[in-house]
Write a protein that binds this ligand. Sequence first.
Ligand code: PMP
Length: 398
Amino acid sequence: MSLFTAVEMAPRDPILGLNEQFAADSNPNKVNLGVGVYFDDNGKLPLLECVQAAEKAMMEKPSARGYLPIDGIAAYDAAVKSLVFGAESEPVTSGRVATVQGIGGTGGLKIGADFLKRVSPNAKVLISDPSWENHRALFTNAGFTVDTYAYYDAEKRGVNFDGMLASLNAAAAGTIVVLHACCHNPTGYDITAAQWDEVIAVVKAKNLTAFLDMAYQGFGHGIAEDGAVIGKFVAAGLSFFVSTSFSKSFSLYGERVGALSVLCADKEEASRVLSQLKIVIRTNYSNPPIHGGAVVAAVLGNPELRALWEKELGEMRVRIKAMRQKLVDGLKAAGVKQDMSFITTQIGMFSYSGLNKDQMVRLRSEFGVYGTDTGRMCVAALNSKNIDYVCQAIAKVV
Ligand code: PMP
């Protein structure tokens, strides 16, 4: 009898489990469309030039590694604020945004969730149906009851917007609503600017708390375009949360660079909120790591490097869009009769392909093409070498 005799085996993370299966697959043509990672046309994880330039400059002037402040690098937090709200925006100039460095976007969400549990202990959390797997687990672990709002319409191949509004309208005052700011994961379907206005009107009328998850800024229509939704929430006079991830937009997955920003009523309120966010951080991991945040701050704070980042991010965005079109064309050429053009109406890294579980299992076992059982495929992992093979494989299972 050991202390851990009664400890049960936890279920495997579905995505990481797929990765292990992929690694063990001996099929020479195998393609991993399971994970949410951007690969270049050679199938390589990019190391952005802007990142390399920033790191080179840092290496030339090595610095000692003392502890960072609890809320992270000041220049980093300032850069995040400017990126999210606009450098000259009223929330930034008036000082009513509380921003802390986070350990990836996940860390930003977690700090926000733990803080919200102190502020609104009895609130319920609503996530989209479906959503990024970790949203439910993360808010559940923070002590909340998590439910869903309607989102995906499988038949229509798009967003069930009436259903979404109905879910939000039915929510109790104070309900925390987790919204994908852009590039919805897993479906690839975003709501339009006009629909955002309607969502914001309900959030305001019903007194809901919006938590915007911004994990793909720049992967949709552009940095400013994808960020425009934030301005809409500001204009509505709401207080809200934004988590930021630079994992994808800087291809800095393993550095764990993210942030949490909370828009408050005024500067004094923001300083009280910041003080509480710092307690959450202090009691979890004390203070964040230096390297990733320093790189992002250096790039965003230097006009030349920032322009280079925008160019490189733009190239990733354009390549994904081209792959979507190639996928639609390739499926047609491979003999798929059904109209697959919905793939080009989706945005960001993911595509809900409409394939069912049996078809996804066949894709894996017969062709070594890995996506999730829900039919989600990462189009950012397609390239000019694997696209034909993937199209042929899909054509054989549909
Ligand atoms: N939110 C969403 C919607 C995501 O897809 C991801 C990453 N897969 C995250 C948050 C977490 O990002 P990070 O890896 O920076 O923690």
